[in-house]
Ligand binder design. Structure first.
Ligand code: GRF
Length: 223
């Protein structure tokens, strides 16, 4: 029997959920052929929970503070996800490091967006670090999650040219605007079966691109 919900997406958040909103909007306008079946936050007050509720999506809070260890938390999260049976788990500002067992269980179904042009600037404070290093470009990357932090195979990126007088705040805003274009696009590709993880490589439309596709502000505006 075919599943009326089609491709099932779970989104994990910790904060405001602007990327979640971009994905909600893309599902609603039909660009992503699927359904967001669950939004889970590790923080009770996360703004993204309200966005999900407004869109009629089931939400859950699994508060990390009530678990005594990281593996316990990961197990509880994995159990909840198993009941939602997602085809794809989208980390959208989920500020928890997930352990090896969790990542292994969902390998190939777990993606993240990171605010840098990986492999540059893994970790935190990416905008400040890119500015301090005098980079000419910065951006964001969507990648499959592997146990090593921010190190999984990159599916696609979006770049912005750093302008004179740019501050970490202006850069963060410009990169986030690109995140909101890039993330729904990548979710769409996966939902359409055009992108998958194959071993440690990303297969895209039957090919293994030597470098990930990269959206720019100009190409995004043209689309
Ligand atoms: C994004 O900027 C993303 O790069 C990072 O966390 C932020 C989440 O923002 N992983 P939001 O909650 O989607 O607004």
């Amino acid at each position: 029997m075919s599943d009326p919900e089609g491709f099932r997406i779970a989104v994990l958040i910790s904060g405001g959920g602007t990327n979640l909103q971009a994905i909600i909007d893309a599902v609603r306008d039909g660009s992503i052929p699927g359904t967001i079946t669950r939004v889970i936050s590790n923080r009770p007050g996360a703004g993204g929970l309200e966005r999900a509720a407004r869109a009629g999506i089931a939400t859950e809070v699994i508060d990390h503070r009530i678990f005594s260890s990281r593996p316990d938390y990961d197990r509880a999260l994995a159990e909840r996800l198993d009941t939602a049976q997602p085809d794809l788990i989208v980390l959208a500002g989920f500020m928890r490091i997930l352990g090896d067992a969790f990542v292994g269980r969902f390998l190939g179904r777990l993606i993240n967006i990171h605010p840098s042009l990986l492999p540059a600037y893994r970790g935190l404070h990416t905008h400040e670090r890119a500015l301090e290093a005098g980079e000419r470009h910065h951006g964001c990357s969507v990648h499959y999650v592997i146990p090593e932090l921010d190190a999984g195979p990159v599916i696609a990126q979006a770049a912005v040219a750093i302008q004179s007088g740019e501050t970490a705040d202006t850069l963060a805003r410009r990169v986030q605007a690109m995140e909101h274009r890039l993330y729904p696009e990548v979710v769409r590709w996966i939902a359409e079966g055009r992108v998958a993880l194959d071993g440690d490589r990303v297969r895209q439309d039957g090919q293994y691109p030597p470098v990930p596709p990269c959206l720019t502000e100009a190409t995004a505006d043209a689309s």
